[in-house]
Design a protein around this ligand. Structure first.
Ligand code: ACO
Length: 274
């Protein structure tokens, strides 16, 4: 892996990303199709940067890959001597002793920031997965709130097969979605999951034909945008906390959140009346 050094803020293209914003919808495109959208440390730093610079108006973030593959995961050159051009190899630094545990923790935490912001309550993130989502690519899809897959999509948690663990925040959503036993089976065999199985396992909200992917994602975005913004983010926050709370705690959280909503709606109505 490469060290978290020197992603030049704003230089998304160099990091293999493109960002386009149209009103309330932002689209983040993994844009190294010649490498099947393999990602490096700079890609993850750039992703974090996208999260930080997102205009306030944005409510939906679509994550997609250019070409036939969502993402082939980590750039395998990061494991080879010399690493990736322009990025210091973390493997080399571990080998020569210059990266201790604290430094590894810092660098990986920095990479993880590229993934965690996709859960923010003020946005809904949608992964549009065509073809393969492998390793870090699968974890990126898992970091999104919703996943739309083409019928030829294949998901694979490849890290254990390479002697690693999945460390880009994918293990929690995987366990939450499929349960610990299935998550273990998928990770410890590093096998590929077809789109049909992904739907069965609740890893995909929707599976569509290749030609329908963009339209299906646009329709989903339109449906999500039809719900008022504040209600959507308050509801997302409630749902996100549900599994960690007892029934009583969740009921209390519902009451608190609803009180806030009622107050906001009443204030809005008073303002409209003049
Ligand atoms: N890192 C670097 N280069 C890659 C990667 C990658 N992860 N994946 C593909 N490439 C390169 C290939 O080397 C090839 O380069 P070349 O044109 O110079 O020969 C080019 O991208 C096209 O790759 P193909 O294998 O020819 O593309 P194909 O469409 O047949 O297969 C697939 C796509 C299935 C994604 C395949 O490339 C693959 O299995 N890649 C490796 C996946 C992997 O093991 N990723 C690591 C996961 S673990 C983690 O992410 C932490």
């Amino acid at each position: 892996m490469a060290e978290a050094d020197g992603f030049a803020g704003g230089d998304l293209e160099k990091a293999g990303l493109r960002l386009s914003v149209a009103g309330e919808v932002a689209t983040v495109t993994l844009a190294r199709p010649e490498r099947r959208n393999a990602m490096t440390g700079h890609t993850w730093q750039a992703l974090a940067h996208v999260g930080q610079m997102l205009p306030e108006a944005v409510r939906i973030v679509i994550v997609r890959g250019e070409g036939s593959t969502f993402s082939s995961g980590i750039d395998l050159n990061m494991f080879r001597p010399g690493g990736v051009a322009g990025e210091t190899s973390l493997m080399d630094r571990v080998a020569d002793g210059s990266a201790d545990d604290a430094e590894l923790d810092r660098v990986i935490a920095d990479y993880q920031e590229g993934f965690t912001w996709l859960r923010r309550p003020d946005i809904v993130s949608v992964a549009a997965v065509r073809g393969h989502a492998i390793g870090a690519g699968f974890q990126l899809a898992l970091s999104c709130d919703l996943r739309v897959l083409t019928d030829d999509a294949q998901l694979c948690m490849k890290e254990p097969a390479l002697g690693l663990v999945p460390d880009l925040t994918g293990t929690k959503p995987l366990v939450d979605l499929v349960g610990p036993s299935r998550a273990m089976e998928l990770c410890l065999t590093a096998r590929s999951v077809s789109a049909a199985e992904a739907r069965e396992l609740r890893l995909a909200e929707l599976v569509v034909e290749d030609a329908e992917l963009d339209g299906a994602v646009d329709d989903l975005a339109a449906a999500l945008l039809a719900v008022p913004r504040e209600a959507a983010s308050a509801t997302k926050g409630l749902l996100q906390g549900a599994s960690a709370r007892t029934l009583q705690e969740q009921a209390a959280a519902e009451r608190r959140t609803q009180a806030g909503r009622l107050r906001a709606l009443a204030a809005q109505a008073a303002e409209t009346r003049g």
